[in-house]
Structure formats: structure tokens, C-alpha cells
Ligand binder design. Structure first.
Ligand SMILES: [Zn+2]
Length: 180
């Protein structure tokens, strides 16, 4: 079975809030899910992606290898059943984007460093500590697995603005192209 680019689930789709299940073992299904997540992340030019974003409520996210390991030649790193072990007291506010909020950037304050423990695609448990962009990606993607999203960091007014903008874009996408 070949890998495939899957459609991205865009907020406020309720699948982004669905409870995710743990991975018990690395089955063919999990390998396929990893490949689909890779393809989709690359196609949409993301630096990270979480399973609920392609409509699969499983505890797995990916981070681009250049961001995670400083090596652009390696495939994206899989974090399965991840657990954030700790974060720094030091915080930093940065603009954050998300494939499920196309074109939206929100300043979000987060710890500068984060340590995560997860299972890799080979079934081995590993730990990784990140700073800056990596720490932010770990926390952002891990939030997806608990149903937490960018809009949960903003006030009601900003949330409404984001909703309107995404709805407008969805309407434009629905307009059929002449002759197509
Ligand atoms: Zn996201």
C-alpha cells in the first residue's frame, strides 16, 4: 500500500478535540499512519504534524528532523505516546502557526525549554530536550494529542476573528472554478 497525502482537518472541526488513544504496538497500521503523516506534513510545508490533524485519534506526532535533530537528511521524527517530562520556568512569546489554522499566526507564550519522552517507530523509548523552536514544536504538537489548540490561548474576540477568517476561506474554496 502506497503512502498518501491526507486532507488536513481544519478548526473548528470537532475531530481536533477528539480523545486520542495510546499506541500499544508498532503495527503496519501505525507504520502507514507515520508515512501518511510524513507525506502530508511535507505537502503542506509544516515542521510538525499530529495524528488528529489527519483525522486519526492516535497518540503520535511528527517533527521535522532538521528541527528535532538538526539533520535535514533524516526522515521526520515520530513521537509515539509522548509525555512532556518538564519545561523551563523561563518563557518566551513567539508567533505560532498550525496546519489546522491555515494562514493564521498567533503570539503564544510558552516555556523556552521542554523535555519529552516518547516511543520511536522502532518501539524504543527515547528522551529529547529541546530549546526554542524545538521546545515550541514539542509543546504545540503534544497539545494536539490532548485536544488543546492555538485558539485556547487567545481571548473570545480574537477567537471569533479567527473563526470568521477560516470560514471565509472555506467558502472561497467551495466556489467552483469556471470550466474546471
Ligand atoms: Zn498544530
Amino acid at each position: 500500500m502506497g503512502m498518501a497525502v491526507r486532507p488536513i482537518v481544519v478548526w473548528p472541526d470537532p475531530r481536533l478535540r477528539e480523545e486520542t488513544r495510546e499506541v500499544v504496538e508498532i503495527t503496519d497500521e501505525i507504520q502507514t499512519l507515520y508515512k501518511d503523516l510524513c507525506e502530508t506534513m511535507v505537502a503542506y510545508q509544516g515542521i510538525g504534524i499530529a495524528s488528529p490533524q489527519i483525522g486519526v485519534p492516535v497518540k503520535m506526532f511528527l517533527i521535522d528532523a532538521l528541527v528535532a535533530l538538526g539533520d535535514e537528511n533524516l526522515p521526520p521524527v515520530a513521537f509515539i505516546n509522548p509525555e512532556v517530562l518538564g519545561t523551563s520556568d523561563e518563557l518566551e512569546k513567539c508567533d505560532e502557526g498550525c496546519l489546522s489554522f491555515p494562514g493564521i499566526y498567533v503570539p503564544i507564550e510558552r516555556p523556552v525549554r521542554a523535555r519529552v519522552r516518547a516511543m520511536g517507530l522502532n518501539g524504543e523509548i527515547f528522551e529529547l530536550e529541546g530549546e526554542g523552536l524545538l521546545a515550541r514544536a514539542i509543546q504545540h504538537e503534544n497539545d494536539h494529542l490532548t485536544g488543546k489548540l492555538m485558539v485556547d490561548f487567545v481571548g473570545p474576540l480574537k477567537k471569533r476573528m479567527i473563526k470568521r477568517k477560516l470560514e471565509r476561506e472555506a467558502e472561497l474554496d467551495d466556489v467552483p472554478l469556471a470550466g474546471a
